[in-house]
Design a protein around this ligand. Structure first.
Ligand code: SAH
Length: 467
């Protein structure tokens, strides 16, 4: 290890920045955030940097002058941020003599301290450093961490801070204390904080501390996994999926997404092929209750969004009745995903002022829909579960007054490598499909916006199956 990471208290300490340009400004902002008393020396100082200094209180100093060793008087930390290499070197040497920690921007060999890439979830702060070898790599690692550390970790740390003493009193034994915190920081209390309800979390924590035995942390995450492309999952979906001990998933959820769960997690397939539910809905609801009651963390993965034709409401109703904590994570619904990947904006100033999501599921060989409401010219209509009913859909829309030339698109397995888009008109689609068969799941989009695809399609390979 070439450098030891230390977290330094800068409150009230004089920190000198030599240089007055963009780089100096960035460093000044950082030091200011940490409460340092800023001193800046440079013949020219950017107005924004001047403003920052003016804002930093009476002790801040702006020296519009050249650097001299006297500038280092009472300095706790020095950053050289000029583009003059020999000046930077001089500053570094002067600091060395006076044993003042010095950082020379982009010049690790002149530094006695280096500034890491920072993920700030104060009071949690994560620092990443490549020892000056590759700041770009350090920043890339930071980006990866940024996306996996919930923004609310800071709030969680604050909450822990508030209850630290109480927990210490309650659990004299250090091992007991650790177990308590481990369980709490990975359970419903933490999730409550992430959901923005710190007060409720504090109440729960108070209650837990009062109890003899910590409650088993069973809970359910109803997660929208998006339409297929795993990259379309949200950070929250991924985080909760990776917490789960058990994962219940549908046929619609892509294998790559299920694979993202923990290796030791139990995976339960609960089916849901069209009219062939591998596990009846009521049993799925029961299963969720059963697993969570055993104190396990259960991820219920659903295709698209759980609250759009997903029966997610029924599943959590059962949980609510059993007072099992749960969270719902929205997902990119098939309409949004397929439309984007097919280059079909669902609304458009010139073509569609509204969009409607409709189920095309057949009941007793007919589709019971308010057809008259679906034929407005300037409305896009998206049919989920509509492939079997397609002939009825086209026929009824025309019968109720929608122009037979209205463009229609069928998107097969949207957002996946198997995406295929077939376009035609209400009058011709049924025939067109005979020549270009598609495989479920498919989504149907009806409306003028479909014609925009000619210019906006971006996702599929050449040899597209438009007609
Ligand atoms: N909750 C899901 C919808 C479930 S209903 C969501 O929000 O997307 C199942 C229907 O969704 C399928 O019949 C199909 O019409 C549509 N669907 C889901 N994923 C799809 C995909 N990748 N491509 C095309 N249609 C899809």
């Amino acid at each position: 290890m070439d450098f030891l990471p230390l977290f330094t208290r800068l409150e009230g300490q004089v920190c000198l920045i030599v240089g007055g340009g963009e780089v100096a400004l960035r460093k000044a902002r950082l030091l200011h955030k940490a409460g340092a008393t800023l001193r800046v020396v440079a013949p020219d100082i950017l107005p924004e940097l001047q403003a920052l200094l003016a804002d930093s209180g009476a002790a801040a100093e702006s020296l519009q002058d050249v650097y001299t060793p006297e500038t280092l008087d009472k300095v706790f930390l020095c950053i050289a941020a000029t583009d003059d290499r020999s000046l930077n070197q001089r500053v570094s040497e002067d600091c060395g003599q006076l044993q003042i920690p010095v950082n020379v921007v982009d010049c690790p060999e002149l530094c006695s301290v280096i500034l890491p890439a920072i993920i700030d979830r104060s009071p949690i702060v994560v620092a990443v450093s490549s020892g000056g070898k590759s700041p770009v790599l350090a920043r890339m690692i930071r980006s990866k961490l940024e996306s996996s550390i919930p923004a609310a970790y800071g709030r969680l740390a604050d909450l822990v801070g508030q209850f630290r003493d109480a927990v210490k009193q309650r659990f004299g034994d250090i091992e007991e204390r650790r177990a308590f915190w481990e369980q709490t920081l990975d359970g419903p209390v933490a999730e409550m904080v992430y959901a923005g309800k710190s007060d409720t979390a504090a109440d729960m924590l108070r209650e837990l501390i009062g109890k003899a035995e910590p409650a088993p942390g069973g809970e359910v995450y109803l997660i929208g996994a998006g339409p297929g492309d795993p990259d379309l999952m949200t950070f929250k979906a991924l985080r909760l999926l990776q917490k789960a001990d058990v994962v219940l998933y549908d046929r619609l959820v892509a294998t790559e997404i299920v694979e993202l769960c923990r290796k030791d997690a139990e995976r339960v397939f609960v089916g849901k092929a069209r009219s062939n539910h591998a596990v009846p809905q009521q049993d799925i609801n029961q299963l969720l209750v059963q697993y969570a009651s055993q104190g396990r963390k259960v991820a219920r993965l659903k295709g698209g969004d759980p609250f759009i034709f997903g029966r997610g409401g029924e599943e959590i109703q059962e949980l609510a009745e059993h007072r099992i904590p749960f969270q719902v994570v929205p997902g990119v619904t098939a309409a949004a995903g397929c439309a984007s990947y097919a280059g079909i904006p669902l609304t458009h100033r010139d073509h569609a002022q509204s969009v409607r999501f409709v189920t095309g599921h057949l009941k007793d060989n007919s589709i019971n829909l308010p057809w008259a409401e679906l034929v407005h010219n300037q409305q896009t209509v998206v049919f989920y579960m509509g492939l079997i009913g397609l002939p009825v859909i086209c026929e009824q829309l025309i019968a109720h007054g929608r122009c037979p030339d209205t463009p229609i698109a069928i998107i097969q397995q949207g957002t996946t490598a198997n995406q295929k888009v077939v376009t035609a008109t209400l009058a011709t689609m049924v025939k067109t499909l005979e020549q270009h068969p598609v495989q479920a799941p498919t989504l149907i989009i009806v409306g003028e916006v479909v014609s925009l695809r000619e210019k906006l399609a971006w996702y599929e390979q050449q040899g597209d199956l438009d007609t």
